[in-house]
Design a protein around this ligand. Structure first.
Ligand SMILES: *[C@@H]1O[C@H](CO)[C@@H](O)[C@H](O)[C@H]1NC(C)=O
Ligand SMILES: *[C@@H]1O[C@H](CO)[C@@H](O)[C@H](O)[C@H]1NC(C)=O
Ligand SMILES: *[C@@H]1O[C@H](CO)[C@@H](O)[C@H](O)[C@H]1NC(C)=O
Length: 425
């Protein structure tokens, strides 16, 4: 008995020793997080000089407005001190590394391969210090630009969103509403991502490593519940789920390599728990002024109320689907009954243009749903309305391109005299 306990104890000691291999440090060692002055000395090399250099780069880049860099930093530190402790945490650890669902990865890889040469440089707000973009510019491969090749546009975006949503909902046990996903961000040699928590309502999130060309892993540094640093390394195909509103995260060590391409997908909890074990009430009040993920009496409430004077609006179950306008969403699903139900509920949604100038009619054409196309035309959709606010193709042009000339949708549109107008060059 005694021997057994001893060997177990030895094993435990060994395990502890292995996990704490490498540097064991807390906040403010690798980068300022709560305070500018660290007490870690040279544990990680001269990080103070590294940080000074970082800030000097920002100040010089913005010239006369260089002070804005320092203001951003003050704000970041205040947020890092106040926000994490004000949040409801839905998981034990705040993060989890998994393999990205195969379906999502396939879409992302294809999209990346087709469009990696159509990167656009990201423009950061004045004085932004979240990435050292003045030294290592970042680029973006959009996932919603309809002009990009392949399955770009709302369809790709929705598919990625749906898959990520299910994964993170299972992990947090809460129903989620998509809030933002910009595209695949490409970091370049020397990049540093300043440790931070995300601005609300970016609460439950994930990062997917899409592709990389690096000389050594570029660690994502996060802090556990005891504020100890942990390096999480990711290979292409890895997905890190994290509670981005409360978990400090960054990449304070400069990236060594050519590029690192990843996508961030963000959600907001709706307050409706998915598991029946969590009792109703409390978390699911309709008349709450504050969002359900802020702790009662927390320091963050005052700041939140200043920024949201009308209070929190609980997302409706349909809004929790995707951020697509309702009419577009039903058209994409080929759901004629739901489309028809909008006629009395929200008729404008049947003709609404999204950001790319697409209407539900264009969506119905893309999936080849003849009945929805007929219905929308009869309802009053313009048979010649070009996408992209006039710069894209007309409905018949889209039908021929996506479905062929002989498809019933194309034949129907020709039959009613629709014109085949191509994109304006
Ligand atoms: C994280 O990685 C950096 C860079 O490789 C290293 O200097 C640091 O000690 C690591 N931190 C931890 C907690 O392992
Ligand atoms: C702490 O950091 C600030 C800003 O970098 C600096 O002005 C101040 O002198 C430092 N204080 C101490 C005690 O080192
Ligand atoms: C939630 O997580 C953050 C970050 O780990 C932590 O600082 C905070 O205290 C946690 N909140 C609660 C209520 O435990």
């Amino acid at each position: 008995m005694f021997l057994r306990i001893t060997s177990q104890a030895l094993f435990l000691l060994a395990a502890v020793a292995t996990t704490s291999q490498g540097a064991d440090y807390g906040l403010d060692c690798s980068f300022p997080i709560h305070n500018y002055n660290s007490s870690c000395g040279d544990l990680l090399g001269d990080r103070k000089a590294f940080y000074e250099d970082y800030m000097e780069g920002c100040r010089q880049y913005y010239g006369k407005k260089g002070k804005r860099c320092d203001a951003t930093e003050d704000d970041r530190l205040i947020m890092s001190r106040r926000q994490p402790k004000s949040m409801v945490n839905y998981t034990d650890t705040g993060f989890k590394k998994i393999k990205a669902p195969e379906g999502v990865m396939k879409l992302l890889r294809e999209h990346w391969e087709r469009n990696k040469n159509s990167q656009t440089q990201e423009v950061w707000p004045l004085g932004n210090t979240y990435v050292n973009h003045w030294a290592s510019p970042t680029y973006m491969v959009s996932v919603e630009d309809q002009q990009l090749r392949g399955t770009g546009g709302m369809r790709l975006k929705n598919q990625i969103w749906d898959a990520a949503k299910t994964t993170i909902e299972e992990w947090t046990g809460m129903e989620l509403k998509p809030t933002s996903m910009y595209g695949i961000r490409v970091y370049t040699e020397g990049a540093v991502l300043n440790p931070h928590v995300d601005r609300l309502p970016l609460v439950s999130s994930c990062i997917v490593n899409v592709a990389q060309d690096v000389d050594e892993p570029w660690p994502l540094e996060i802090y556990d519940r005891h504020d100890r640093a942990i390096n999480v390394t990711m290979e292409p195909g890895d997905m890190v789920l994290y509670e981005s509103g409360s978990l400090m995260h960054g990449r304070p060590f400069a990236m060594k390599g050519r590029y690192y391409a990843n996508i961030f997908i963000h959600f907001e909890p709706t307050g409706r728990p998915l598991s029946r074990e969590i009792p109703e009430g409390g978390a699911d009040q309709d008349d709450e002024f504050y969002p359900p993920y802020l702790l009662k009496d927390s320091e963050e409430l005052e700041n939140w109320a200043n920024q949201n004077p009308y209070g929190w609006k609980k997302p409706s179950p349909t809004a929790a689907q995707v951020d697509t306008p309702e009419g577009h969403y039903y058209a994409q699903q080929g759901d004629l009954e739901k489309l028809k139900s909008l006629e009395s509920k929200n008729p404008k949604a049947l003709l609404k243009k999204d950001r790319n100038g697409w209407t539900p009619l264009h969506e119905a054409i893309r999936i080849g749903h003849t009945e929805s196309v007929k219905y929308l035309i009869k309802f009053g959709a313009d048979k010649d309305l070009r996408t992209h606010h006039g710069k894209g193709g007309s409905p018949l042009n889209l039908a021929i391109g996506e479905l062929t000339e002989n498809h019933p949708v194309s034949r129907y549109l020709s039959g009613i005299g629709a014109k085949n107008l191509g994109p304006e060059l």
